[in-house]
Design a protein around this ligand. Sequence first.
Ligand code: ZN
Length: 269
Amino acid sequence: MLIAESDGNRIDAFTAERGPTYHCPKCRGEVVLKKGRKVVHHFAHKPPITCTWVKGETRAHMESKVIVAAALKERGLRAELEFVVNTLPGDRRADVMAWSPKGLQIAFELQHTPIGIDEIERRALSYARAGIAQIWIPFLTSRVWDGGVPRHGGWFVERYSPRHFERWVHGFNGKNGMWMYDPNDKAFWLGRLTGHQTYVEESTWFLEGGEENYSGGFWKYSKRFKELTLEGPFKAEDLLIAVSKRRAFSTSRYHWPAARIANLTPSKP
Ligand SMILES: [Zn+2]
């Protein structure tokens, strides 16, 4: 984690000094300040670790939060790491919370691990009800690079099997597309999913009596695969934030609440 408490104050691992005793804001357990040369500065629980906030935490995830918060602060916005929103279900921390100059809150959810549809829908609804704009950013995985090719200065994956929450995020964002984060390059890509067609082979057979029958011989949209087009890479500091509103919409699988959504736009063409 990046934020701990000392004498009742929130302190981030970058400004924290060795010496004082630090506590986890969640479980109140003592945490140790880690300031390495290669690893992002953070706090670590002492074993045995039972705290729910440690679950699924990775260095890449911590690093992504630091990168986003630093880019926001760089342009003069208030930004807080691991900001607690009391009305959020489950883990109450937004990865990064930013404030627009007019005071609108914008939550960044950097999704390094898959999240269940029920959970993402509850969380999204909770942000929406609190009037907090939100942006969900899935992490890119190696299968994107292994399964794709360069195209139009970006990247193209012809047969991409999106994770459920990625389908949800893509639907939530509508025409904005879906921003994704590459933890290796520490860069952002704008992703769009479109239908992938597969060819159903033609086959012929004969009924009794010699009547000829055909099947197949046409293209159909794959349920499993989508085509993924990635535009990028972009560095966090080159992306501007815009907030818009979307309406509620449901399909048989997904429910998207009416919400304020944040979108990123490259500041340089
Ligand atoms: Zn804890």
